[in-house]
Design a protein around this ligand. Sequence first.
Ligand code: FLV
Length: 407
Amino acid sequence: MTELLPPTVTTPPPVHLWDLEDVPEMEFDPFLARQLREEPVSRIRLPYGTGHAWLVTRYEDVRLVTSDPRFSRTEVAGKDVTRMSPHQVAANEAVGYADPPEHTRLRRTVAKAFTSRRVDSLRVRARRIADELADTMADHGPPLDLVAHLHRPLPMAVTSELMGVPEPDRPALARCTELILSAAHSREDSERAQQEIQAYFGTLLQSRAGERGDDVAALLAAELAQGHLSEGEAVALAVTIQISGLHAVTNNSANMVYLLLTRPGLWDRLRSDPAVLPAAVEELLRYIPHRRGVGIGRIATEDVAVGEVVIPAGDIVYASYLTANRDPAAFEDPDRIDFDRTDNAHVSFGHGQHHCLAAMLARMESEVMLSTLLRRFPDLRLAVPAEEITWTPRPLIRGPRALPVAW
Ligand code: FLV
């Protein structure tokens, strides 16, 4: 009698060295596009750290990896895994590295600051700030850099008011943010910036102890006093909200305006049909390749089948929201910007437990910036040829360094 064959043993796929060259303007990374098309679950090596990881690109597979408890964020914290930057961006205690039930506990402590009621009240503030910034722009006159005049100051003001960061402290936090959310600086410089911003929020939270208030610093100080989180957890939460709120919205809203002013018909469409703005923001969120490369990985705690492969227990997995948003199985004609798209279930704010807590706030800020520009500067245009715009080198989050505009 012949022996039964062992279960199918598949040889693992080759490991691709992903060069992560900066991609021009808002173009999609050609490596990511190729993997989605030709090898949707593959293995990669990134510029820093050791070993290799899996890269999952299809919409359904990305949703599996980011919501299935067999993939752990906590397991990856503090490990020298193959990664995008010399340093680890978020602290080990950060919410981004937490699995349930710790994740649920951490998120709950700040959830009150992100309710739709709070976003509505911040919208009133954001509109006022945007109008003041537009006044300054009008006084200055064209040409000017829209990143410096709008995309940076508005999210800076909104995030800092949400946090309870006083005005004079804000520029130093912005400098730390640039050093932390980048792969272009040395590990030492980025880690020094992390220490500086952690020390800042440690002191801020101590100074707010016993105070009443609905900003994040007051909330965290109260939760800390009640023993709902450790000091390290509170500080890491504050740092995550501050740096992400500032950096993500600044870059993404600038990318939105860049696309609106360079892709034929988009600005005119918004001008003639302002009611389409919320759908336009959703579509731009879907289309914009927000980040370079990948973010925080996960570790498989058991063997898990993903698409055609089995990811073995212990391996690192990166899920790409960028490719999920361009998956033709999920979006018709995915490489086209279409404000009339229906069923735009993009994953630009993530999926599963770690879905962005501030998604509503981020949308609101972008809507306020765009509607203010449309109302106050309907003839807005780039002041230089698009090829002359310079982009942040070796970024984690892509965006123009400056956006010279005229009207
Ligand atoms: O891009 C990253 C990032 C962005 C951010 O706003 C907060 C973060 O903690 C991170 C991160 O940890 C890793 C990134 O690549």
